[in-house]
Design a protein around this ligand. Structure first.
Ligand code: PMM
Length: 273
């Protein structure tokens, strides 16, 4: 899943794609680079971010969803917690709703997804982007995130969301410390078993990667370093059963994943040849 943030304040690409034409061109570039889904978002979810009202969110995303969906066969997803934004985006050509609140922010969201038959990503978080980091307290992060995510999945299924089009996401960086993030990444197979639906994971350029880089290399914490660390976590996630990863650098991720596939298929004879 390639990311198009149409926001002034997302932490890694905020402000780069506020102009709809630039955002559409970027989405098409990610499709060309091999993304399976293009995720368009108009509200930053970085820790402490201020909420955006539905009118402003629609003003940012709608032309971009329409433009990308109209010019590529690659699926478009709308990254929103609001049912009105999701509905308009689905009407404009999106086929998936990526909801970082997992259906807890808007009481109308799950019914809308069920009624439209769209695909749905239920992500785990606690509180809102403003409050979530104060809620990063767990006795056992894998068990608690697994249980809370499972209950979001069950609510989605009970509302009539299509079970074949439902993904769950542990919400790396959402109400989690760096250590929580690493614990969840290490336990992905266990988490997948607890949640019972395919997993999507988003580590791309997130701040906990700086600590991982510092522990593993003497590289500076810059964009390149975070993209390298994202590739390592992307391969890690696919190796441990994730179905979809959400990334900024689609071309690099695509190459890494194609190499992983080649490695898995390779025979000793094939490698020698
Ligand atoms: N992360 C961000 C935004 N939306 N959606 C899902 N499902 N999973 C994530 O991990 C996720 C998300 C924040 O990252 P960004 O500001 O770089 O887009």
């Amino acid at each position: 899943m390639g990311i198009v943030n149409v926001t002034p304040d997302s932490f890694s690409d905020g402000g780069s794609y506020l102009d709809p034409e630039a955002a559409i061109a970027h989405g098409l570039e990610l499709a060309e680079a091999g993304a399976a889904v293009i995720d368009v978002g108009g509200e930053s979810t970085r820790p402490g971010a201020d909420p955006v009202d539905a009118d402003e969110e629609l003003r940012r995303v709608l032309a971009v969803v329409r433009g990308v969906a109209g010019q590529t066969a690659v699926a478009v997803s709308i990254d929103t917690t609001k049912a009105v934004v999701a509905r308009a985006a689905l009407d404009a050509g999106a086929v998936m709703v990526n909801d970082v609140s997992g259906g807890t922010a808007d009481p109308d969201m799950l019914a809308l997804v069920a009624q439209t038959g769209s695909a749905y990503v239920a992500m785990h978080t606690r509180g809102t982007p403003r409050t979530m980091q104060s809620e990063a307290r767990y006795a056992s992060v894998v068990r608690e995130v697994g249980d809370e995510l499972r209950s979001r999945v069950e609510r989605a299924l009970a509302a009539g969301v299509d079970p074949r089009a439902l993904l769950a996401d542990p919400g790396i960086g959402f109400a989690k410390t760096g250590e929580h993030n690493l614990a969840l990444l290490r336990a992905l197979p266990d988490l997948a078993a607890r949640v019972g639906v395919p997993l999507m994971v988003g580590t791309s350029r997130k701040s906990f990667l700086a600590h991982l880089m510092a522990a593993a290399t003497d590289a500076d914490d810059d964009r390149r370093g975070r993209d390298d660390a994202t590739l390592a976590t992307t391969v890690w996630c696919f190796e441990r059963g994730a179905t979809l990863v959400r990334v900024h650098d689609v071309a690099g991720s695509r190459r890494a994943v194609d190499l992983l596939d080649a490695l898995e298929r390779a025979t000793p004879e094939g490698m020698a040849a």
